[in-house]
Design a protein around this ligand. Structure first.
Ligand code: PAF
Length: 288
């Protein structure tokens, strides 16, 4: 891993240095945007940086592979760590500061705080990764407290995460505007994700089915087919293609609460998590 000082953009892992830089910007009346990431950056992340740059005068990106959101046996160790390439991409995207804290600083010995989130965190990801949103909430709350941004951009690819953070910020009265960034897709529709790098060539060609299945599910709902029938069709197709299906569901777009039986008459979202070999893919789409 490179020394942060040799990277092609301003970068620090030091909290005081981060705070000095941001305080200096704020003294000048500049609005600060923030894009938290775990690195392994792709065009999807860079579109979030571009959106933050549109909405704010200065942009901080963080790279921190957060151990608190991985359960034992998940891919924390395997998660791609590509700091040099990430820094080059951030520099090209004209990100103003990279903050890359170390784990012992984020979670010093004896760290004991926990954040419990409910509401949109109920079900879906939580049914399969019960540790996940607590881990995301605590790290994002810490990063918000450290960076003190005016706005923060979260990708809609992780739609449930975006809603959980938006609710957390509202519930904790944090003065941060949470802005959604659209999902970017490959030409065949596969949503960009750092975890796509795990897919073998054969898995990669199968992975496109997730987008097709969700698009067909969405189209059925938009035709007025009741969600139970449309979901049954989507689940049957997915069971034929994927090694495992965690969930494929339609939920209320704002709260992620379950929909009333029958045709969908309110803003909704279809969401899915499936497995190809050792790779878990998630995706979602708006209905209507
Ligand atoms: O979406 C991610 O990459 C992570 O969950 C986040 C928001 C950076 C927190 O670690």
């Amino acid at each position: 891993m490179s020394e942060l000082s040799s990277l092609p953009l301003a970068a620090t892992n030091d909290l005081s240095a981060l705070r000095r830089t941001v305080a200096d910007w704020k003294l000048k009346g500049l609005q600060v945007g923030f894009v938290p990431t775990m690195g392994a950056l792709h065009e999807g992340h860079l579109s979030l940086i571009a959106l933050a740059k549109e909405k704010a005068d200065r942009v901080v990106a963080s790279i921190f592979v957060n151990p608190a959101q991985f359960a034992p046996g998940e891919d924390f160790d395997a998660y791609p760590r590509t700091l040099d390439a990430d820094a080059a991409k951030l520099a090209h995207a004209e990100c103003d500061l990279l903050y890359a804290p170390v784990a012992s600083d984020m979670y010093p010995d004896g760290f004991s705080a926990r954040l419990s989130v409910e509401g949109p965190a109920r079900g879906l990801e939580t049914d399969f990764r019960p540790h996940f949103f607590g881990g995301v909430a605590i790290v994002v709350a810490k990063l918000f407290n450290r960076v003190q941004p005016d706005i923060a951009v979260f990708g809609e690819k992780d739609y449930q995460q975006f809603l959980v953070i938006r609710h957390m910020v509202r519930d904790l009265d944090l003065p941060i505007n949470i802005i959604p960034g659209e999902t970017l897709r490959e030409r065949d529709g596969l949503a960009l994700s750092s975890r796509n790098a795990y897919l073998s060539a054969q898995e990669r060609s199968t992975a496109t089915s997730l987008n097709e299945i969700l698009a067909a599910f969405t189209a059925d709902l938009e035709k007025g087919i009741d969600w139970e029938t449309a979901q049954g069709k989507a689940l049957a197709k997915a069971a034929n293609v994927f090694d495992r299906v965690d969930y494929i569901e339609a939920r209320c777009a704002e709260t992620l609460s379950p929909l009333p039986a029958g045709p969908v008459l309110q803003p909704a979202r279809v969401l899915a998590a499936v497995w190809l070999g050792k790779t878990r893919l998630i995706d979602n789409m708006p209905v209507g």
